[in-house]
Design a protein around this ligand. Structure first.
Ligand code: ADP
Ligand code: MG
Length: 253
């Protein structure tokens, strides 16, 4: 049965989508069957794995709002072992439409049940908010990975995320665990990056991944080619570190 991991942080630009796409592709690369679920109306994970949003007839919106079976919205990607439930801009309406829907917080969880046995890992790329799409993702997930950018105010907003996680644990998903905090966009040339690592480790202790994602220009170029880093430039530092993260995730069980 697949492990479901939500990649969440309500802050934008911290590396959620980059991590979702590249962790998924690297898990697939080491032989795991992976489903990536794009829960962000911007659909960056969708285009990041080379799926053209214009060609998508049914997406996660139809699954969440109209009860379309997940198997009908799963698309193959050009990465072996990696499938995706894509998002298009129609998902933008879901946040509001969900409010008046029956069992609005558990729709994703129920939808995923139908596909859980087909994959080793299901990775959910959350939007930059703590609204119903993120609540659905956390309710469906077994665990959560929190990307934190190595910058000023790195910890800002995290207490809000942690209290949302606690609320979900209390009311919706008792089994949800924090797999870990992932430090992203680390720049070894600045003292700031090192300070942030120390600060985050002091706060989260053993919940911080050993793998630290550096700033790597190839990682920022890959999405415009619709390719995860392992395909775009398998010899880059970006590919190396996301492969290392995939191994750490597998090792952690
Ligand atoms: P989020 O999904 O949290 O909003 P993204 O993954 O989209 O964040 O990242 C924000 C921007 O930073 C994107 O342009 C992305 O290409 C870039 N980026 C993310 N991680 C890295 C990295 N390790 N090195 C360089 N650029 C990165
Ligand atoms: Mg994103």
């Amino acid at each position: 049965m697949g492990k479901i991991i939500a990649i969440a942080n309500q802050k934008g630009g911290v590396g959620k989508t980059t991590t979702s796409v590249n962790l998924s592709a690297c898990l697939a690369h080491v032989g795991k069957k992976v489903l990536l679920i794009d829960a962000d109306p911007q659909g960056n994970a969708t285009s990041g794995v080379g799926v053209n949003k214009g060609d998508v007839h049914q997406c996660i919106y139809d699954m969440l709002i109209d009860d379309v079976n997940i198997k009908e919205v799963i698309h193959q990607t050009k990465v072996e072992n990696l499938d995706i439930v894509p998002a298009t801009i129609s998902l933008a309406g879901a946040e509001i439409e969900l409010v008046s829907t029956i069992s609005r917080e558990v729709r994703m969880k129920h939808a995923i049940q139908e596909a859980k046995d087909l994959y080793d890992y299901i990775i959910i790329d959350c939007p930059p908010s703590l609204g119903l799409l993120t609540i659905n993702s956390l309710t469906a997930a077994d665990s959560v990975i929190i990307p934190v950018q190595c910058e000023y105010y790195a910890l800002e907003g995290l207490s809000q995320l942690l209290s949302t996680i606690r609320l979900v644990q209390k009311h919706l998903n008792e089994g949800l665990t924090i797999d870990g905090v992932l430090l992203t966009m680390f720049d070894a040339r600045t003292n700031l990056g090192i300070q942030v690592i120390e600060e985050v480790k002091k706060y989260f202790q053993d919940k911080v991944y050993g793998t630290i994602i550096p700033r790597n220009v190839r990682l920022s170029e890959a999405p415009s080619h619709g390719e995860p880093i392992i395909i775009y430039d398998s010899r880059s530092r970006g590919a190396e570190v996301y492969l290392e993260l995939a191994k750490e995730v597998v090792h952690n069980g």
